[in-house]
Ligand binder design. Structure first.
Ligand code: 5GP
Ligand code: MN
Length: 344
């Protein structure tokens, strides 16, 4: 049995909306990851099984290694089909906001969702949810939004209606947001849920291979390059990796190729904090990814130095300036956070 984590009032409220709604739009954050897609597609599969008209809309493209996910071909990319998506968003009965806590995480799609008269529900696991949804199912103690979607469907009484495809999507989100169950994954209920998903027929070993072991040769060589240039700050238990646009073109970089790089330095003994700086040509900025093991608060450093945020152990932000300047700011941040870096 699972504990009843989602408040009964939220379940009842969602149930009322869901019974009445005909057209439902599901949205998730910019640069959707496995949990954004997994939770959105899982909810879409479930709602479609209940005869609802569902549209999943993402702000921009998602990585190649998630294209196998059932339903992913029907996802509408906002950047590409803005007018049609605007219409769907404006006319939806309900908009489900999955795996993000602030409307600005929708990037160019923010205004369309914020201004839509549709009823909005947030299902998310990031800290500090902002106030833009009437129903807020926000559980930072849960390691993935996909797990929350599973819990929601079960609490509504529809476990039997979870299809094989829906189960595949839930598992993918749970797996990717815990690094293949290597962090944020000590809750025994996670494994109870996995056993239920297995009983729906999913092949978890195959899903792992599809997500983590279907990279291009270029990506692997790029990884080698990035690691060769890694900077280790031994006195701070920290490592830094970076990727300029010049390096990206040398290795025929395609979107998603550096996915997961930020975690690699954490495999060095004593390194408990890792930073990845990537120049983003489209947005003319440097994207920051931060990861930690233990108690080091990546989100605090991201908020204070890089206009960002996120979870304790996984955060991100942005920097407007050159790579050298970004490294300098990062080193200032390290100095300030040194006591916390040496605490573990
Ligand atoms: P990633 O490093 O995978 O891009 O992001 C890890 C986590 O950091 C995300 O799940 C999200 O919670 C948070 N995050 C990433 N980028 C940003 C950002 O620019 N602003 C905020 N507030 N959070 C971010
Ligand atoms: Mn997530």
């Amino acid at each position: 049995m699972l504990s009843k984590i989602i408040a009964q009032t939220n379940i009842d409220h969602f149930n009322k909306w869901f019974q009445r709604a005909d057209t439902i739009v599901i949205v998730s954050h910019v640069s959707p990851d496995g949990d954004a897609l997994g939770s959105s597609l899982a909810l879409a599969h479930f709602l479609e099984s209940q005869e609802k008209t569902v549209n999943v809309i993402m702000p921009n493209a998602f990585p190649e290694f998630l294209r196998w996910m059932p339903g992913s071909k029907d996802i509408l990319i906002y950047e590409k089909y803005k007018e049609y998506a605007d219409e769907l968003i404006a006319n939806a009965d309900v908009i489900c906001c999955l795996d993000f806590n602030a409307v600005k995480r929708l990037d160019t799609m923010s205004d369309a969702v914020a201004n839509s008269p549709a009823r909005k529900v947030m299902i998310d696991h990031h800290l500090y949810p902002e106030d833009f949804c009437r129903i807020v199912i926000s559980h930072p103690e849960i390691s993935s939004t996909s797990e929350l979607v599973f819990r929601l469907i079960c609490r509504l009484g529809y476990y039997d209606d979870i299809s094989y495809e829906c189960a595949q999507c839930i598992y993918t989100g749970m797996m990717t947001d815990t690094g293949g169950f290597t962090y944020n994954s000590n809750s025994s209920e996670i494994y109870y849920i996995i056993s239920q998903l297995l009983s729906k027929g999913i092949d978890k070993d195959d899903i792992y291979r599809r997500v983590f072991n279907t990279y291009s040769e270029c990506r692997l060589r790029l990884m080698g390059h990035v690691l060769t240039n890694m900077k280790v700050y031994s006195d701070y238990n920290t490592a830094l990796i970076s990727l300029t646009t010049k390096e990206q073109s040398e290795y025929q970089y395609v979107k998603g190729d550096s996915e997961g790089f930020v975690n690699i330095p954490l495999s060095i003994k004593k390194v408990c904090f890792s930073c990845f700086l990537r120049e983003d040509t489209e947005k003319a900025m440097i994207k920051i990814s931060l990861r930690s093991v233990g108690t080091f608060p990546c989100n605090k450093l991201a908020a204070e130095f890089f206009n960002g945020g996120g979870h304790l152990n996984a955060s991100g932000g942005e920097f407007y300036g050159t790579m050298d300047e970004a490294v300098k700011v990062f080193e200032e941040a390290l100095e300030k956070f040194k006591p916390l870096l040496l605490a573990d």
